[in-house]
Design a protein around this ligand. Structure first.
Ligand code: XMP
Length: 305
């Protein structure tokens, strides 16, 4: 990207031209990419754009409230409360790709309902350069909104940030005045906490992943990781008070990366790791063990599923 200001000017002009007098829609995930794309599109066409945020119940702690607040200036914002429908659809599913598929399908269904109600002709997407590279390969069925255009019939699709890297998107977000909570936020996968739970997704495990991730994000902010989070791996025996418990094993992961395609596990100091462990096991009765993941990508991936 040559220059942030001229990028914004060109992107706004492109969106304006593509949307014309029609209605546009964008899926807002809470991440920096879709938030920035939404801010650009809103600047271009105002309330002709409907930003849609679907609360899947797999979001980070406080994320829905943050979205509501940050984007309250967009009168057309729609928040869809779909937590129960997502958890219901995920019942009994353990295969990682099937999980992604089920979440993607459910997401499309929710989004399609709003797109029809709003009579949207144009889809705006926050796709960035690395997304295009990864989805051309066969690594994973990434980007759960990637399937949208195949299912919902849009006249046009606008991807104003298709050539940007993540750090460039953050620059644009700052320039647009987006809240730091959004512009500096770590990337978060489309399927949300579901890919940080190994095996079946249950409400209890989601709650563990959410609370533990909140601790990890706060404790590791000073390390400035690309992503830092907690995952729920399975169960192991531990002792809590006078009782032996068969609690959840929580993995802490913190990685450096430029684009998520490769990553290095971060070197953390022992006190920080111990503080994380003690906060997580102290706060969550049903967690008996916390481990730190030292694996780079490759051979591991960043997420667990
Ligand atoms: P992995 O786990 O493949 O993750 O090393 C690389 C980057 O992609 C994010 N990620 C996803 N994003 N849908 C998404 O939109 C997905 O299904 C998905 N899986 C992983 C991950 O958070 C990391 O930044």
């Amino acid at each position: 990207m040559v220059d942030v200001d001229s990028f914004i000017e060109d992107a706004v002009a492109e969106i304006d031209e593509q949307v014309g007098d029609d209605n546009a829609i964008i899926a807002l995930s809470g991440g920096v990419d879709s938030s920035t794309a939404a801010a650009l599109a809103y600047e271009a066409v105002g309330s002709q754009l409907t930003p849609v945020y679907v609360d899947t119940g797999l979001m980070r702690k406080g994320e829905t409230e943050e979205i509501r607040e940050t984007f309250s200036y967009m009168e057309s914002l729609r928040i869809v409360e779909a937590q129960d429908r997502f958890l219901g659809a995920l019942e009994g599913i353990t295969d990682p790709e099937e999980k992604r598929h089920v979440i993607g399908e459910q997401f499309i269904r929710e989004f399609e309902t709003v797109a029809k109600e709003e009579d949207a002709d144009v889809l705006v997407q926050g796709t960035i350069y690395p997304d295009r590279i990864e989805s051309e390969g066969t690594i994973k069925s990434h980007h759960n909104v990637g399937g949208l255009p195949d299912v919902v019939d849009f006249d046009r699709i606008v991807e104003p940030m298709r050539d940007l890297y993540k750090d460039e998107v953050r620059e644009v977000a700052r320039e647009l005045g987006l809240d730091a909570i959004i512009s500096e936020r770590m990337p978060f996968p489309g399927p949300g906490l579901a890919v940080r739970i190994v095996g079946e997704v249950t409400e209890e495990k989601v709650e563990v992943a959410r609370e533990a991730t909140h601790v990890v994000e706060a404790e590791l902010e000073e390390y400035d990781p690309w992503q830092a989070f907690a995952a729920v791996l399975g169960r192991a025996t531990g002792v809590k008070g006078d009782n032996r418990v068969h609690g959840h094993v929580v993995a802490v992961r913190s990685v450096e990366s430029r684009d998520g395609m490769t990553a290095r596990a971060q070197e953390l100091d022992w006190e920080t790791l111990q503080r994380i462990q003690s906060r997580i096991t102290g706060q969550l009765d049903n967690v008996s063990r916390v481990v730190y993941d030292v694996t780079h990508k490759p051979p591991a991936t960043i997420e667990y599923e």
